[in-house]
Design a protein around this ligand. Structure first.
Ligand code: C5P
Length: 229
C-alpha cells in the first residue's frame, strides 16, 4: 500500500543543504524524491505568468490546485515542465523564491497542494524535502530530520552557488534576503517552519555534504528503514 511506504522528512530553512542532501539520500536508497519547495515556486511562477496578484488568495489556490506540472526525472538533473514548458531554471531565481515564500503563507494555497504532495509517497520510499513535511504533510513519517545551518553560512553557500552559475550577487544582500525569508517562514500562522516534536535536528554549519548523507543513512539503518550498504 502506498500509504505505508516509509518517508524520510527533511525540513529546515533555505540554504541548509536540504535539496542536495535529499537528492543524494534518495539516489543512494533508490527512493522517490519530493521537492515541495518546487511546487510553491511553480505556483508563484504560474501566478506571475497569468498576471495573478500575489495576494489574491482564492485565485492563487485555484492555480495551485490545477497546476500543470511534470517532473521529468528525479535526482540530479530533474527537469520541471510548467504548462508544457521547461521551468527548471526559471523557478530557481531569487525573485521566484521570494514570491514562493509569499504565496506559501496563504492557507488556501497550502491546502490545495497537500494531496499532490502526499501522492509522491510510493514504495520503496520517499525523501520529502520542505518546511512542513514532518509537521503537516507526513506526520507519521518514521524518520524526521530538521536540517539547520547559521544564516551566515547559508548566505555564503548561496553566494558560492550563484557565482558558479555566473551570477554576481552581494553577500550582505543575500544574508538579508535569507533572514527575511526565515522570518516570514517561521512567523506565518499556517504551517510555520519549526522542527516536529519528534524530529532530530542536525546543524550542518560545520559538516560536509557526504558527512550529512552518511549520518542520515546511519539513522535510517538504525531504524530498520534501509539496509547498511
Ligand atoms: O525550499 P525552497 O527555497 O524551494 O522553497 C521556496 C519557498 O516555498 C520557501 O521560502 C517557503 O516559503 C515555501 N515552502 C513552504 N513549505 C514547503 C516548502 C517550501 O512553505 N514545504
Amino acid at each position: 500500500m502506498s500509504d505505508s511506504a516509509p518517508v524520510l522528512t527533511i525540513d529546515g530553512p533555505g540554504g541548509a543543504g536540504k535539496g542536495t542532501i535529499s537528492r543524494l539520500v534518495a539516489a543512494r536508497l533508490g527512493w522517490h524524491l519530493l521537492d515541495s519547495g518546487a511546487l510553491y515556486r511553480l505556483t508563484a511562477l504560474a501566478a506571475v505568468k497569468h498576471e495573478v496578484p500575489l495576494d489574491d488568495e482564492p485565485a492563487l489556490a485555484r492555480i495551485a490546485a490545477s497546476l500543470d506540472v511534470v517532473f521529468l526525472a528525479e535526482g540530479e538533473s530533474a527537469t520541471v515542465l510548467l504548462e508544457g514548458q521547461d521551468a527548471t531554471t526559471a523557478i530557481r531565481t531569487e525573485q521566484v523564491g521570494d514570491a514562493a515564500s509569499r504565496v506559501a503563507a496563504l492557507p488556501a494555497v497550502r491546502q490545495a497542494l497537500l494531496q499532490r504532495q502526499r501522492d509522491f509517497r510510493k514504495a520503496p520510499g520517499l525523501v520529502a524535502d520542505g518546511r512542513d513535511m514532518g509537521t503537516v504533510v507526513f506526520t507519521d513519517a518514521p524518520l524526521k530530520i530538521f536540517l539547520t545551518a547559521s544564516a551566515e553560512e547559508r548566505a555564503r553557500r548561496r553566494h558560492l552557488q550563484l557565482r558558479e552559475a555566473g551570477v554576481d550577487a552581494s553577500l550582505s544582500s543575500l544574508l538579508k534576503e535569507i533572514q527575511a525569508r526565515d522570518a516570514r517562514d517561521m512567523q506565518r500562522s499556517v504551517a510555520p517552519l519549526k522542527p516536529a516534536i519528534d524530529a532530530i535536528t542536525l546543524d550542518t554549519t560545520r559538516l560536509t555534504i557526504p558527512e550529512v548523507v552518511d549520518r542520515l543513512t546511519e539513522l535510517l539503518t538504525e531504524r530498520g528503514l534501509a539496509s547498511a550498504t
